[in-house]
Ligand binder design. Structure first.
Ligand code: NAD
Length: 289
């Protein structure tokens, strides 16, 4: 018994020493976030929220014009910088982090948000559809997370990586095999990276939105029409339809997803990693359809 007690004390002393060495996250007002796909929709709302909380933001998007517009809205060079990046391109990702270092001195938070949605039934989904969907969301978010990890480990000040995944990463929605499969890939990246990067004080979490119609380029660009057809409702009523099927009977807006990102990186959830936060007004809790 004495031996095991001695071992227990030594073990906890070592654990305590490890914790002391672990980097502490800086306050949000001194942090720099790189948000992919921040030129529109959910990413843009996240960028706005983080800047409102005092952070500086790198607005990274494949669409140069929208990235520049959002960076300007956020207050210009003191608060935000725009970078044109295709997340499937390894070199461009690296260049985006280099630009962040040049503009603000580094990156503390990566939000993997960029995405498209190919919504087709299995028999209509081509190999090209599959590859395109996966290249942007599975490969793109992996490449950005890997570069973020390199930077965060070198800075040795902890950090955050947040994936904007989806309710569809867990639940099977109709007619979107490629999209949902790549969201499930992202969800597992969250767990894998949380496991691998935890010892560096880097937390990796996910947010699972659902039914964010307003402001979403994905919805406006065809996904909305297809979803409306699947559910048998007029496209202009889709937001209302989504709201009615939630437990809260409320529509989810981009700002609600941004609230969850802020909750994860804002400083209070210091011991939370590998988690997925649903922002779906309760759909996943009582999956309806
Ligand atoms: P959105 O189209 O408004 O925003 C996506 C952004 O990603 C756009 O600005 C687009 O230019 C950018 N982008 C696309 N391909 C890119 C690439 N290769 N490299 C860099 N940027 C690229 O759509 P949104 O609804 O705001 O979606 C944002 C994220 O949220 C996506 O990952 C999406 O899957 C996820 N999501 C959305 C919903 C929803 O209901 N809208 C639900 C669950 C998950």
């Amino acid at each position: 018994i004495e031996e095991s007690e001695k071992f227990r004390i030594e073990y906890w002393a070592l654990e305590e020493a490890k914790l002391q060495r672990m980097p502490k996250a800086k306050p949000l007002a001194t942090r720099i976030a790189l948000v992919t796909g921040a030129g529109s929709g959910i990413g843009k709302a996240i960028a706005h929220r983080l800047v409102a909380e005092g952070a500086c933001v790198v607005v990274a998007d494949i669409n140069a014009g929208s990235a520049a517009d959002v960076a300007a809205e956020l207050g210009g060079p003191d608060k935000a910088t725009a970078v044109t990046v295709d997340v499937t391109d390894e070199e461009r990702i690296k260049a985006a982090f280099d630009q962040a270092a040049l503009a603000f001195g580094g990156v503390d938070i990566l939000v993997n948000n960029a995405g498209i949605s190919i919504s087709k039934p299995l028999l209509e989904t081509t190999a090209e559809d599959w590859d395109l969907q996966h290249s942007i969301m599975a490969r793109g978010s992996f490449l950005a997370a890997r570069e973020a990890a390199r930077v965060l480990i070198a800075q040795n000040m902890g950090g955050d990586i947040v994936y904007i995944a989806s309710k569809n990463s867990v639940f099977a929605g109709p007619n979107n095999i490629a999209y949902s499969a790549t969201k499930a890939d992202q969800a597992h990246q969250v767990r894998l990276l949380a496991a691998e990067l935890g010892e560096h004080g880097i937390r990796v979490n996910g947010v699972n939105p659902d039914g964010v119609v307003q402001g979403s380029g994905i919805f406006a660009g065809g996904w909305g029409a297809k979803r409306a057809a699947v559910y048998g409702v007029p496209e202009e009523k889709l937001g209302e339809f989504y709201a009615q099927r939630t437990l809260l009977k409320r529509e989810v807006l981009p700002s609600h997803v941004a609230n969850a990102v802020f909750a994860l990186v804002g400083g209070d959830l210091t011991h939370t990693t590998g988690l997925h936060v649903p922002v779906d007004a309760g759909v996943a809790a009582a999956f309806l359809r």
